[in-house]
Write a protein that binds this ligand. Sequence first.
Ligand code: BG6
Length: 491
Amino acid sequence: PETGCLSIIVLGASGDLAKKKTFPALFHLYRQGFIQSQDVHIFGYARSKISDDDLRARIRGYLTPCKGCEKTHDEDVVQFLQLIKYVSGAYDTEEGFRSLDKAISEYELSKNSTEGSSRRLFYLALPPSVYPSVCKMIKSYCMNKSDLGGWTRIVVEKPFGRDLDSAEELSSQIGELFDEPQIYRIDHYLGKELVQNLMVLRFANRFFLPLWNRDNISNIQIVFREDFGTEGRGGYFDQYGIIRDIIQNHLLQVLCLVAMEKPVSLKPEHVRDEKVKVLQSVLPIEDSEVVLGQYEGYTDDPTVPDNSNTPTFATMVLRIHNERWEGVPFIMKAGKALNSRKAEIRVQFKDVPGDIYKCKKQGRNEFVIRLQPSEAMYMKLTVKQPGLEMTTVQSELDLSYGQRYQETIIPEAYERLILDTIRGDQQHFVRRDELKAAWQIFTPLLHKIDRGELKSLPYKPGSRGPSQADQLAEKAGYVQTHGYIWIPPTL
Ligand code: BG6
């Protein structure tokens, strides 16, 4: 393992992302001993002129106790907050970044870093519009200087552009300043427990090997639902819409892991090579296989224009043109202000050939991977109805994590991903060519929506979204099992 000082610099320290995600994740890593007081210092950087204590006070309320550490929580918070220092400055001036560098260097010297290297991790919890100037400033004034090695890395988060051209422009601006191994593009879905489990599931189990293809699978759904609207984020959201906010990144990353071929090894580049190949095999999206929606009341938000056509809901069919998947629709669905909150992958198998049990009536086999809430995997299958009669019924083989792993704490996505950035593991981060391929898939569709050529249908908040979406899924081949609902087991 690497030694030497580690400085974690959170730029945009007083913003929402930093408060709600970055600092709490750092706190949990600290609590679990992954980052330690003797060799880590955290710097917050933002424009407002506040003191160290002001920043600490702003963060404090977001640091929640983890399971089992309630007793020492208050003390842990005090110690953790002591690791944080604040530096104020603009995002495009030399002055601010020089004082940031001074603060980091002072800390490194105080730790007498002759023993090891200096490591500098810059977390850009900022809007992408300032990425280029911030990266330039970091490159000019804040790079790691230790002769004994170490590194400088930057962590960035979506939205990476609005379409192919803007994303490519952003990529080349950053790419001129940093090499790909220094750039960590976060997609927090890649840090979720069951997303991280996908490759293990597929490539470490004999069960799935022969079944995972067009011969057996009828269709695959990748679904994201939220039961709240864009409250408070309308201004941001309206610029992007649900496809850029959720589908082009989070759901597409899940699709890659579900559909890709087995990588040569677990090396990050081998894994990412396979993801790129799948993305490059996705065919252009047909207009007739897209349903867009906007919930009623969305434009009541004063920051959203009254005539906005921005979708808050979308269902679309992606088709992968390769030997494994030709003819299997991947139905992507995402929506805000729906009737439930969940994210899941639903693999539906074809009907049993030569059926003697009238299985069709019961419903098809399905393998469901529920990412959240209540992480679980379950297989819907037909069994004999227990009892004297020979009738059949649908039941499930159920691996519910809450029940099976009662003592285990499932880490937050950001915790895991930040730890990877410190360790230098890029497997769960988006590579530049992957990002490009992702934008290539959606850009023509997004431009049509932006030009108003495709319209969003209204739907009631708290509903399933426009009924046309269910019809589209059905047309693509999805068969709903009526009267069957999986209920997570209670502990
Ligand atoms: C973010 C989106 O990336 O993901 C939000 O911008 C969305 O709109 C969020 O609410 C969902 O993340 P999670 O982890 O709660 O499913």
